[in-house]
Design a protein around this ligand. Structure first.
Ligand code: NAD
Length: 423
């Protein structure tokens, strides 16, 4: 272990804020970023903390805590997802907001970075309770969001329906504003292809890596951790490209079939039973066990720190494609790299979501909709272009892919901030 405090099982985990600073400082050192710029870019522009009184179905009043952190808007309005989770913290939201700044810059989108969250157990709440929380949250942050200010989107435990409530509540307060949020239902101005965009983008990055490294997709295997929006769509598109999905997990369990899982049938099973657990035709295992499965591509698509001191030694893959945000504890990275495992960084790998969110925003502002074919084509172009820039920069600077991605992003934000005279 190269760094960090040992505990009885492995070593300390960094939260999203610590993880993002860890990567930022390394890239900033490599860029020799001036102290003033560095001090400005490492902290958020604005942090909003709200308390939301909501009457629950049983008649009791519950006070929920929510956040919106706006990290940087030098390149355009703040942009980022909204997470509903019982364990989300302001520190996590801060870290994820900065990841959005780097992601939008890396993909060359005219947007900045933000993230929001509400501490709640969405899975145990009724739809009516979720709607009341969402409307209260929207009212509370409505002054600070808007089509040219800050544009929320879906993240863990928030979906099209939640985005529709945000749009409706905001529009009641400020007039019809579909562009205030992305990831809406298509009938309300959402973009075709947005729901699947993050997973589709992950698959494009995997495919590009395979082409460059002379792997035939139909001879590859993948393990996917997390089977929500991102995990399911990633597995679906990889499978379509010929890759065999040998293991999948969710919060309930892991399932393994070395001959390949039928992703569509696993999805149906999860819809019917609530988990991938017990899927017929596969062995059900402890969810942590899937990390030890041999595969070409390991795809963490659940939460941060999935790959950590407890499991990194068992990992048996060629490349980790970070579909989730912050899934690899940074303190494990040197050891994984020493084992010859390539880590393809989250700010590149999962950026397909914000790319198509950007397309949705553009369509809303222009009041003109694109076809799904156009969205897919533009997404593919942007993902491949960003992949090439990151791999070229890593080779040029002799740094990891993550540091290369951060360097490209930080440079862009620093130039924009400086040119605008922000400091
Ligand atoms: P989601 O709520 O749709 O799905 C999360 C999945 O992770 C669920 O299947 C859940 O069961 C599973 N999970 C949680 N803990 C797990 C564990 N310990 N082991 C195995 N599975 C576990 O969320 P999502 O939108 O798919 O987001 C997943 C990740 O991708 C998050 O890190 C999110 O920030 C990131 N991301 C999402 C988007 C997007 O467009 N939704 C875009 C970029 C990044």
């Amino acid at each position: 272990m190269s760094e960090g405090e040992n505990n009885d099982k492995g070593f300390r985990l960094l939260n999203c804020e610590e993880a993002s600073k860890h990567h930022f400082e390394r890239a900033a050192n490599k860029l020799k970023l001036k102290r003033q710029v560095r001090n400005w870019l490492r902290i958020p522009f604005r942090e909003i903390s709200v308390h939301l009184p909501v009457v629950m179905d049983d008649g009791n009043l519950h006070i929920f805590e929510g956040f919106r952190v706006q990290h940087n808007n030098a390149r355009g309005p703040h942009k980022g997802g909204t997470r509903y989770h019982p364990e989300v913290t302001l520190g996590d939201i801060r870290g994820m907001a900065s990841w959005m700044t780097w992601k939008t810059a890396l993909l060359n989108l005219p947007l900045g970075g933000a993230k929001g969250g509400v501490i709640c157990n969405a899975k145990k709440m009724s739809e009516a309770e979720l709607e009341r929380v969402t409307r209260k949250y929207t009212q509370a942050i409505s002054v600070d969001i808007g089509p040219y200010q800050d544009i929320p989107a879906p993240d863990v435990n928030t979906d099209e329906k939640v985005m529709a409530w945000i749009m409706d509540e905001y529009s009641k307060l400020r007039g019809y504003s579909p562009a205030v949020v992305t990831g809406k239902p298509v009938d309300l101005g959402g973009s075709p292809g947005r729901k699947s965009a993050t997973g589709q983008g992950v698959a494009h990055i995997v495919e590009q890596w395979a082409v460059e490294n002379s792997y035939k997709m139909e001879e590859t295997t993948a393990v996917v951790q997390g089977f929500g929006n991102v995990g399911y769509h990633t597995a679906h598109y990889l499978n379509k490209m010929g890759c065999k999905i040998v293991a999948i997990s969710d919060t309930g369990a892991g399932i393994v079939n070395r001959d390949g899982l039928d992703v569509g049938k696993v999805f149906k099973h999860k819809e019917e039973t609530g988990s991938v657990s017990g899927f017929p035709g596969a062995e059900t295992v402890d969810k942590e066990k899937i990390f030890a499965q041999e595969c070409d591509f390991l795809i963490p698509a659940a939460l941060e720190n999935a790959i950590n001191g407890d499991n990194f030694a068992d990992i048996n893959t060629r490349v980790i494609f970070e579909a989730a945000n912050g899934p690899t504890c940074p303190l494990c990275e040197p050891d994984l790299e020493a084992k010859g495992i390539t880590i393809m960084p989250d700010i590149l790998v999962n950026s397909g979501g914000v790319v198509v969110s950007y397309f949705e925003w553009v369509q809303n502002l222009q009041q003109f909709s694109w076809s799904e074919e156009q969205v897919d084509l533009e997404l593919q172009k942007k993902m491949k272009n960003a992949y090439n820039r990151v791999t070229e920069k890593a080779a040029e600077e002799k740094v990891s892919l993550r540091i290369a991605a951060y360097m490209l992003a930080i440079e862009k934000v620093a130039v924009a901030a400086q040119t605008r005279g922000a400091y």
